[in-house]
Design a protein around this ligand. Structure first.
Ligand SMILES: Nc1ncnc2c1ncn2[C@@H]1O[C@H](COP(=O)(O)OP(=O)(O)OP(=O)(O)O)[C@@H](O)[C@H]1O
Ligand SMILES: [Mg+2]
Length: 470
């Protein structure tokens, strides 16, 4: 056996350097991205396997040549001169548009060359990105429409007006519910503030940073409800969008879904919703695999849902799933002590928005407010206040500034005019008044007004057009 040679330090260093270079080549060759490096003269000093494969050339043919001779439409030699990076640029190579970056390489502050990167995305990645983009687009679209909706400002528990025991109890329940993750069912007549509470619960919960997504179960036709709820896959039905579409449950991921008018849901949809609550996963229409969802459900209705279960109009099992926490918002007529506060707060808001001096309510007008039964609850009160601000001549809102229904209910005389028309005209006049009042009580919401009048929405539109109501 030969005697081991004395280690040569120069040789060891060279070997270490070569090993390092091999290692770096290995790293570069493992990259999915195409990487090429040029020196100050624009000559190729390094090019990785992905780039060589893409060009269909052997590395040995490329090293040492000027970059313009080996890569089309390159500007890498210029970047090596200017030192100015070019990020996310599109370069056309071999008939394809490819996304790339060109970066100067600096050593001790001096530019020594430039690196080009081509980003080759694998198709699965692109598909994933398209899916994520679709989801984001749907979210944005949704928020844009919601912003126009009543949540121009977002509600917290402090925004819930009222200090009556009924409201205080509702707030206590809301706060407790917000801490947990259980489903909440909000019950109460139309206009009491169920949606305000739903939003407030979301806002004080740990999901506050997540989305709050509302679905009005009564406003969406049965055939569309499933795809609204659960989304659909591409090609699920004729007219299904190319990329598919996420449903409201997916949009509400890590947030809260608010199922408004839950009492109007058909048995078929009730069964599907029950499944989601049990399995905590959804299936898109036309989809094959379930998608897990992490969503808190808050639902609301002005119907007697317990009674509906007794009448077999609403599934018992679903009722119990939704009603883990129940929050009851009492009607305004049961808490007249809240009226002055609600009026005062709304006056401040409305007068501020209209940039008029703050109005006061005359004591006898306030008395009318307290005596009225408010079938449209807080919504109606807010509308009456707003209307009165518009009508009031001075700074004080008087009984004259209140709508006839209120005055009549409070026993304040309204001048009666002698009617000289035909019976048909009288009917028409009464009809018109009913439509106007229903719209006012419903805060201008036509779906709600139609419901109140017990007619179809299209009938309401017809009447409005005929009577010239805006
Ligand atoms: N306690 C409250 N504090 C502040 N605003 C309220 C309160 N209650 C109701 N409102 C206002 O009244 C209007 C109606 O409230 P909301 O939409 O929450 O009623 P709802 O109970 O969902 O009625 P519906 O059953 O008709 O959908 C909204 O403009 C809301 O801002
Ligand atoms: Mg509502």
């Amino acid at each position: 056996m030969a005697k081991p040679k004395r280690p040569d330090p120069m040789r060891a260093e060279l070997q270490a350097a070569l090993a390092r270079a091999d290692f770096l080549d290995g790293v570069l060759d493992s990259s999915y991205e195409g990487i090429v490096v040029v020196d100050l003269d624009g000559r190729v000093v390094l090019i990785n396997r992905a780039y060589c494969d893409f060009l269909g050339k052997d590395r040995r043919e490329l090293i040492g040549r000027h970059v313009t001779e080996v890569i089309e439409n390159t500007r890498l030699h210029q970047v090596a001169q200017t030192g100015i990076a070019e990020i996310s640029v599109v370069q056309r190579i071999r008939g394809q548009n490819i996304l790339g970056h060109r970066l100067p390489i600096r050593l001790d502050g001096r530019i020594i060359g430039a690196m080009g990167q081509l980003v080759f995305q694998r198709t699965e990645e692109i598909k994933g990105l398209v899916g994520r983009l679709n989801l984001l687009e749907s979210r944005i679209e949704y928020y844009e429409t919601q912003l126009q909706d009543i949540f121009g400002a977002r509600f917290t528990l402090d925004d819930v007006f009222g200090r009556s025991e009924g409201v205080r109890e509702a707030k206590r329940v809301a706060l407790k519910a917000a801490r947990g993750n259980s489903s909440v069912l909000i019950l109460g007549e139309s206009g009491v503030g169920k949606e305000v509470f739903a939003h407030a619960i979301h806002r004080v919960s740990q999901r506050a940073r997540g989305p709050f997504v509302k679905v009005n179960c009564a406003a969406i036709p049965e055939q569309l409800l499933e795809s609204e709820f659960f989304g659909y896959e591409p090609g699920a039905f004729t007219g299904a969008g190319k990329g598919g579409k996420p449903g409201k449950f997916e949009l509400a991921e890590h947030g809260t879904i608010f199922l408004d008018e839950i009492g109007d849901m058909t048995p078929n949809m009730q069964a599907k919703l029950l499944r989601v609550l049990q399995e905590k996963e959804i299936e898109r229409v036309g989809g094959v695999r379930p998608i897990p969802v992490d969503v808190r459900v808050i639902s609301a209705t002005n119907r007697d849902l317990k009674q509906a279960t007794a009448d077999a109009a609403f599934r018992n099992d679903l009722y119990y799933r939704l009603n883990v926490v129940s929050l009851v918002v009492p009607p305004l007529r049961e808490r007249p002590e809240d009226i002055p506060e609600i009026v005062a707060k709304h006056l401040t808001k409305v007068c501020g928005e209209m940039q008029v001096p703050l109005r006061r309510v005359a004591p006898d007008a306030m008395e009318v407010f307290r005596k009225y039964t408010w079938p449209g609850n807080t919504r109606e009160l807010l509308n009456v206040v707003e209307r009165a601000v518009n009508l009031a001549e001075g700074e004080v809102i008087t009984v004259e500034d209140l709508p006839p229904v209120l005055r009549a209910a409070a026993g304040v005389a309204t001048p009666v005019q002698l009617f000289e028309g035909t019976l048909a005209e009288a009917v028409e006049r009464a009809e018109r008044e009913a439509v106007v009042q229903a719209l006012a009580t419903a805060g201008g919401n036509k779906v709600r007004a139609a419901k109140r009048l017990g007619v179809h929405r299209s009938t309401l539109y017809e009447k409005m057009a005929r009577f010239g109501i805006d």
